[in-house]
Write a protein that binds this ligand. Structure first.
Ligand code: GRG
Length: 295
C-alpha cells in the first residue's frame, strides 16, 4: 500500500529542491525580480501538476531524474498563470497560498514581469542542454510542444480569455465546459502526458493516460468551484465566494450535480489506469486526492 501523503511530501521536496537549483543558477537578475520570483516559486503550492508528471512516469516503471527539469518547467508556468490571474486587470485577488499576492507585495509591473520571466525561463530550461542532457532531442521536442500547446492560445490562455470575457454574462454549460477544459484542464492533462511520454508509454497507454489527465483536470477545477462556495478561506488560502459572476460548474449544473460529476470523473480516471495493474495504485490515489481535496 502506498502512503500517499508521504509520497506527496517526498515529491514536493524533490521538486522544490530542483526548483531551488534552477533558481540559484540564475545569476544576472535584478534584485526585485529575483525576490518576486522566489516569493512565488517557494510559497507552499501543492505542486500537483509536476507530481502528476512524475507519478505517471514512475507508474510506467521509469525513473524520474530526466523528467524533473520538465516537471519544474510545468510548475513555473503554473506559477506564472497564478500571478497573472491575480492581477487587478484579471481576478484582482489580494491573497494566494495564504499570503499577499505578488502584485500586492511587489507592485503590478513587477508582478507582470515575474510571470513573464517564469514563463520564459520555463522554456529556456526545457531547451537547455544542461538540464536535458540524458533525453533524446526527439523526446525533448515532443515534450516542449506538448507543454506549449497546453499553455498557449489554444490552451490555458484561451480558457483564461473566455473566463474573463464571460465574467458577468449569462453563459452556458458549453461555455463553462470550454473554460474549464482549457483554463485548468489543459496543463494538468499535459502534465500527465509529459510523464507518459518520458515513461515510454505506448500509443494505447498514452491515450488511456490522456483521458486520465482530462478526468482529473476537470475534477480539479470543479472541486475549485465547489470550494468557492463551501470551502474554508483559512484552509484554501485565498478569498472565497468571489466567483459569483463567473462561469462556474456550480452555476450551470448546481452543487449536487457538480459533486456527483467529480465522483464520476474520479471513477473514470481510476478505470483509465487499470491497465497498469498493481502500479495503478499511485495514480488512483492521486485521482481520489484531487477529487476530495479541501484546499
Ligand atoms: C493568466 C494565462 C493565465 C491563466 C490563468 C490557472 C489559471 C489560468 C488561473 C487560476 C484561476 C484559478 C484559481 C483556477 C482554479 C483552479 C486552479 C488552477 C487553482 C490553482 O491551482 P492549485 O490549487 O494552486 O494547484 P497551488 O497554489 O497549489 O499551486
Amino acid at each position: 500500500m502506498i502512503d500517499l501523503n508521504a509520497y506527496l511530501n517526498e515529491k514536493r521536496i524533490l521538486i522544490e529542491n530542483a526548483l531551488r537549483e534552477i533558481f540559484i543558477s540564475l545569476k544576472d537578475v535584478p534584485g526585485i525580480l529575483k525576490d518576486s520570483m522566489e516569493y512565488m516559486l517557494f510559497s507552499n503550492g501543492k505542486k500537483i501538476r509536476p507530481i502528476l508528471a512524475l507519478a505517471t512516469c514512475e507508474s510506467l516503471g521509469k525513473p524520474v531524474d530526466n523528467l524533473l527539469p520538465f516537471a519544474c518547467a510545468i510548475e513555473m508556468i503554473h506559477t506564472y498563470s497564478l500571478i497573472h490571474d491575480d492581477l487587478p486587470s484579471m481576478d484582482n485577488d489580494d491573497f494566494r497560498r495564504g499570503k499577499p499576492t505578488c502584485h500586492r507585495v511587489f507592485g503590478e509591473a513587477i508582478a507582470i514581469l515575474t510571470g513573464d520571466a517564469l514563463l520564459t525561463e520555463a522554456f529556456r530550461i526545457m531547451s537547455d542542454s544542461r538540464y536535458t542532457e540524458g533525453v533524446s532531442p526527439r523526446i525533448v521536442k515532443k515534450i516542449i510542444f506538448e507543454i506549449a500547446k497546453a499553455a498557449g492560445a489554444e490552451g490555458m490562455v484561451a480558457g483564461q480569455a473566455m473566463d474573463i470575457m464571460y465574467d458577468g454574462r449569462e453563459g452556458s454549460k458549453s461555455i463553462v465546459d470550454y473554460i474549464h477544459t482549457h483554463k485548468t484542464c489543459a496543463l494538468i492533462r499535459a502534465s500527465v502526458r509529459v510523464g507518459a511520454i518520458m515513461g515510454g508509454a505506448k500509443k494505447r497507454e498514452l491515450a488511456a493516460l490522456t483521458r486520465y489527465g482530462e478526468c482529473v483536470g476537470l475534477a480539479f477545477q470543479i472541486v475549485d468551484d465547489v470550494l468557492d462556495i463551501e470551502g474554508d478561506e483559512e484552509i484554501v488560502g485565498k478569498k472565497l465566494k468571489k466567483d459569483r459572476t463567473k462561469q462556474t460548474y456550480v452555476k450551470h449544473y448546481g452543487l449536487a450535480t457538480s459533486k456527483l460529476k467529480v465522483e464520476k470523473l474520479v471513477e473514470e480516471a481510476e478505470k483509465c489506469v487499470q491497465f497498469l495493474g498493481e502500479k495503478a495504485e499511485l495514480l488512483k490515489g492521486l485521482a481520489s486526492y484531487i477529487g476530495s481535496r479541501n484546499f
